[in-house]
Each structure stands twice: as structure tokens, then as C-alpha cells.
Design a protein around this ligand. Structure first.
Ligand code: HEC
Ligand code: HEC
Length: 228
């Protein structure tokens, strides 16, 4: 009866412990190391090297190329550094990131973060409504945590409010958690598959993605793709 509630605390504990551990190991600097960038220089880089796939304003046309528009700059910067360092592998992005300096990554990140995100049209209403419930309430009788706990800024802030630890360090670390709203469904599903198989490594997402069925991945992705 209280099962979902117990799971909720379980995931909150995991979140606190992994974030604290990461914080202690990497140090506060790691989470605040997005140095800020110059969006005008970023626009120049974007129009030369990124436009073909991500679109001039970060709203890509191909659903397997992620939208970068409106994404958190610290997250974009962190992913570019991970592609270059090899922590995240993509046959396409690894090579491109290797050509960028840290400053160029920060500039490109600050440009894309300032662009307006255009969500997709929802194609399957029933699927999207199932996805909405997974996003806000979790699934599989609590084994899948509510995505909103981490991916919805307003929600996570209220949940973290009571925890002094998180209050202290939350700001910098939450900045590294991507927004998912308006992202292409096909890209989201591919990332969830990559997390589930371990192809893409993430302390938090690997175990969460393994709890989702293929149908649930499709549903949550369909919901998010149309959500502004
Ligand atoms: C040839 C196509 C192509 C070009 C050019 C390209 N990208 Fe990408 N980018 C991709 C693909 C495909 C992915 C998704 C990789 C995956 O599936 O993990 C991606 C992913 C990303 C991500 C991760 C987004 C997320 O939500 O995690 C960032 C950041 C990014 N690209 C930035 C850039 C920047 C900045 C440039 C220009 C300097 C650029 N890309 C040029 C194809 C491209
Ligand atoms: C405990 C916090 C937490 C919860 C709960 C959580 N996520 Fe995540 N998620 C993260 C973090 C942190 C990342 C960034 C991983 C990285 O740095 O590579 C992420 C990344 C992602 C990405 C990659 C986005 C991109 O642009 O590449 C997707 C997709 C995703 N999560 C989907 C979900 C879904 C769906 C749920 C709910 C079933 C969920 N997440 C629940 C923390 C969480």
C-alpha cells in the first residue's frame, strides 16, 4: 500500500547520496566549472560548425539530432567536454567536440542556451497522456522515480527545500541536469536505450532507464516532445 512512498524516499536517498559523493570527490569547482561564455562568438561557431545538424537556432529538424535551444548552458558545456574527453561517446559528436577549445564550448553553450525552444507536435495523444503520468508520478509501482523530481526545476526545488545539504550544493549540481521539454521523441528514446544498455554512462540515469519498458520510454518521450 505504501510501496510507492517507500520507493520515493529510496530514490531521494540515492539522489542525495550520489550527489553528495560526487560533490565530495569532484569538489564544488566541478559543478560550477561552467565559466560562462560569449554568445556572439558562440553564434559564429554555431553557424560554422553546428548549423547543419542542430539548426541555426538550435531547433534541429532531424529527430535524432537533439535540440540545443533553451537547454541549460552548464549542461551543454558539460556534454561537449564529455564528448571530447571520451566520457560520452558518439561517432558524430566525439570528433566535432575534439576540434573545440574549452572557451569555444562555453561560447557555443551560451549561444544555444539563449535561443527559443520550439516543441514538436504531439502525434499520439493517448501515448502522451500515459507519458505525462510517468513523468510526474513515476511508474512500475514506484520502481521508476518521477522524472520531474530532477528534470523539472520548480518541482525539484520544492522537494529539495527541506534538505539543508541539497540547499547548500543543489544550485550548481541541478544546473547539470538537462531540461527535457520540447526535445525530439526519437532522440529521447535513443538516450534512454543508451542509458539502459550502459552505452551512455550516468550515475543516476543508468539504473532509472533499466526500469522502463520500451512502451514506457516511447510514452514519456512523446509527452515531453510536445511540452513547452
Ligand atoms: C553531423 C551532425 C552534427 C553536427 C555538425 C554537430 N552535432 Fe551535436 N549532436 C549530433 C548528434 C547525432 C548528437 C546526439 C549524439 C547521441 O546520440 O548521443 C549530438 C549531440 C550534441 C550535444 C548533446 C545534447 C544533449 O542534449 O545531450 C551537444 C551539446 C551538441 N551536440 C553540441 C554541438 C555543437 C556545439 C556543435 C557545433 C560545434 C555540434 N553539436 C555539431 C550531431 C551533430
Ligand atoms: C535522480 C535524478 C534524476 C531522475 C529522477 C531522472 N533523471 Fe534523467 N537525468 C538525470 C541526470 C543527472 C542526467 C544527465 C546525465 C549526464 O550527465 O549524462 C539525466 C539525463 C537524462 C536524459 C538525457 C537528455 C539529453 O538531452 O541527452 C534523458 C532522456 C533523461 N534523463 C530521461 C529521464 C526520464 C524519462 C526520467 C523518469 C523516468 C528521468 N530522466 C529521471 C537525472 C535524473
Amino acid at each position: 500500500m505504501q510501496r510507492a512512498r517507500v520507493w520515493r524516499w529510496f530514490w531521494l536517498m540515492i539522489l542525495t547520496v550520489t550527489l553528495s559523493a560526487a560533490f565530495l570527490i569532484a569538489g564544488p569547482a566541478h559543478f560550477q566549472d561552467y565559466p560562462g561564455g560569449n554568445p556572439e562568438r558562440g553564434r559564429f561557431i554555431a553557424s560554422g560548425k553546428c548549423v547543419a545538424c542542430h539548426g541555426a537556432d538550435g531547433n534541429s529538424a532531424n529527430p535524432l539530432f537533439p535540440k540545443l535551444a533553451g537547454q541549460k548552458a552548464a549542461y551543454l558545456y558539460g556534454q561537449l567536454r564529455a564528448f571530447k574527453a571520451g566520457g560520452r561517446v558518439s561517432p558524430i559528436m566525439s570528433g566535432i567536440a575534439a576540434t573545440l577549445t574549452d572557451t569555444e564550448m562555453a561560447d557555443a553553450a551560451s549561444f544555444f542556451a539563449r535561443q527559443a525552444l520550439r516543441p514538436d507536435q504531439i502525434k499520439h495523444k493517448t501515448l502522451a497522456s500515459a507519458g505525462r503520468s510517468i513523468f510526474h508520478d513515476g511508474a512500475n509501482r514506484g520502481a521508476t522515480p518521477a522524472c520531474a523530481m530532477c528534470h523539472d526545476a520548480s518541482h525539484s526545488m520544492s522537494m529539495m527545500g527541506g534538505m539543508s545539504m541539497m540547499g547548500m550544493m543543489g544550485g550548481g549540481m541541478m544546473a547539470a541536469i538537462p531540461g527535457l521539454n520540447g526535445q525530439h521523441a526519437a532522440y529521447l528514446v535513443k538516450q534512454l536505450d543508451d542509458f539502459a544498455t550502459g552505452k551512455r554512462q550516468s550515475m543516476m540515469m543508468n539504473s532509472i532507464a533499466t526500469t522502463l519498458t520500451d512502451a514506457q520510454k516511447q510514452a514519456v518521450a512523446e509527452y515531453l516532445s510536445g511540452h513547452p
